[in-house]
Design a protein around this ligand. Structure first.
Ligand SMILES: Cc1ncc(COP(=O)(O)O)c(C=O)c1O
Length: 392
């Protein structure tokens, strides 16, 4: 008999969609995939070479559970320079991707029945990880009409005695939006007052296109820093999704607990992968790569936004950041019997893969990833337009 905790567990919809697309392509079917949550650009060579060098130099044994000292040093410098937060190397834990960082935090904090505030739409993994750790996700709605901004009143009225943590993911997957500084300042004050921890997932910080108000919540004050877990990753920034290198920065006594859990779960992040990540931070090529990638995604954002606007009865906002756009297709999903049904129809009829919004708590929307070339974006959206216009 399986545990109660895994009974409601859903497979990651984006990973299963990617698998379905791979399967169709394997059969020679020309599918345009807007589903993938990862860059289509390869990891730069200078990072791969550093990893190869590390392997050659025998960096093949267990390193310290919290990460190799050089990488934690470099991350401490990066957090100071880029994010304006002072974290000592001993306050940084290198993890098997940001996914594991989030799991370490939840398992360190959550007792059975504790509540976690989750602004919605939300990245699907948060919900399942909260439940896996015995917690209860409490959704805080945001709306397209208000640019998916996070409202203090909406947070405040959902706080109970069981509220332990709020997860703030800005820039946000799936909407591509960046929360306003003023709103986050008020929420941080509220968390201080009520004794609620903050998990700030900043994985898409390098993909901000506008002069937006992004900042690291932990940079607000020393008090806020002490209740915040700053989570980040090399996956999206350096096109290193398969490498599995992420990290969490937090107050030292909390970092010790996370390191201890990490040591029991996975021992460490692959040693040679950490040397690749170190090179990404240290080599000036890293900054150049990030800039170039951002420009590529910025152009694609224009292409997909303009193309989606051409579909009648679809509402769409231009994302501030990320490689996601989150249009409202409810006019068509209601005709098709729901967003999952319409996504299946699009895959079958138009050979286009999109992720239904219900996977992110937003029925009637679709998440399109624009981590694919401009030509495919144009062709894919054209196919979607033809297919939905054909619905009766
Ligand atoms: C918001 C968000 N956080 C974390 C992750 C996971 O990143 P990693 O590859 O470092 O586990 C993703 C990946 O899709 C994401 O969208």
């Amino acid at each position: 008999m399986l545990s109660e905790r895994v009974k409601t567990l859903k497979p990651s919809p984006t990973i299963s969609l990617t698998a379905k697309v791979r399967e169709l392509r394997g059969k020679g079917i020309d599918v345009i995939g807007f589903g993938a949550g990862e860059p289509d650009i390869d990891t730069p060579d200078f990072i791969k070479e550093a990893c190869a060098r590390a392997l050659k130099d025998g960096k093949t044994k267990y390193p310290p559970a919290g990460g190799i000292p050089e990488l934690r040093e470099a991350l401490s410098d990066k957090l100071k320079k880029f994010n304006g937060v002072d974290y000592k190397p001993s306050e940084i834990v290198v993890t098997v991707g940001a996914k594991l960082a989030i799991y370490l935090i939840l398992s360190a904090l959550i007792n059975e029945g504790d509540e976690v505030l989750l602004p919605s739409p939300y990245w699907v993994t948060y919900e399942d990880q909260i439940k896996l750790c015995g917690g209860v996700p409490v959704f805080v709605p945001t709306s397209m009409e208000e640019g998916f901004s996070l409202k203090l009143e909406e947070v405040e009225k959902r706080i109970t005695e069981r509220t332990k943590l709020i997860i703030v993911n800005s820039p946000t997957n799936p909407t591509g939006m960046v929360f306003k500084r003023k709103e986050l300042e008020r929420i941080a004050d509220l968390c201080l007052q009520k004794g609620i921890y903050i998990l700030s997932d900043e994985c898409y910080e390098s993909l901000i296109f506008e002069d937006s108000e992004f900042f690291s919540i932990a940079s607000l004050s020393e008090e806020v820093r002490r209740i915040t877990f700053t989570v980040n990753s090399f996956s999206k920034t350096y096109s290193m999704t398969g490498w599995r290198v992420g990290y969490v920065a937090c107050e030292e006594s909390l970092a010790k607990v996370l390191t201890s859990i990490n040591s029991h779960l996975v021992s460490n992040t692959a040693t040679f992968a950490q040397y690749g990540a170190l090179e990404a931070l240290k080599n000036p090529e890293g900054e150049r790569f990030v800039k170039e990638a951002r420009e590529i995604y910025r152009k694609r954002r224009e292409v997909i936004y303009e193309a989606l606007k051409e579909i009648p009865n679809v509402r769409v906002l231009k994302p501030d950041a990320t490689f996601y756009i989150f249009p409202d297709f409810s006019h068509y999903t209601s005709k098709a019997g729901g967003d999952v049904k319409l996504a299946e129809y699009l895959l079958e009829k138009a050979k286009v893969a999109v992720v239904p919004g219900s996977a992110f708590g937003a029925d009637g929307f679709f998440r399109f990833s624009f981590a694919l070339d401009e030509e495919s974006i144009r062709e894919g959206v054209r196919r979607v337009k033809d297919a939905v216009e054909g619905l009766v």
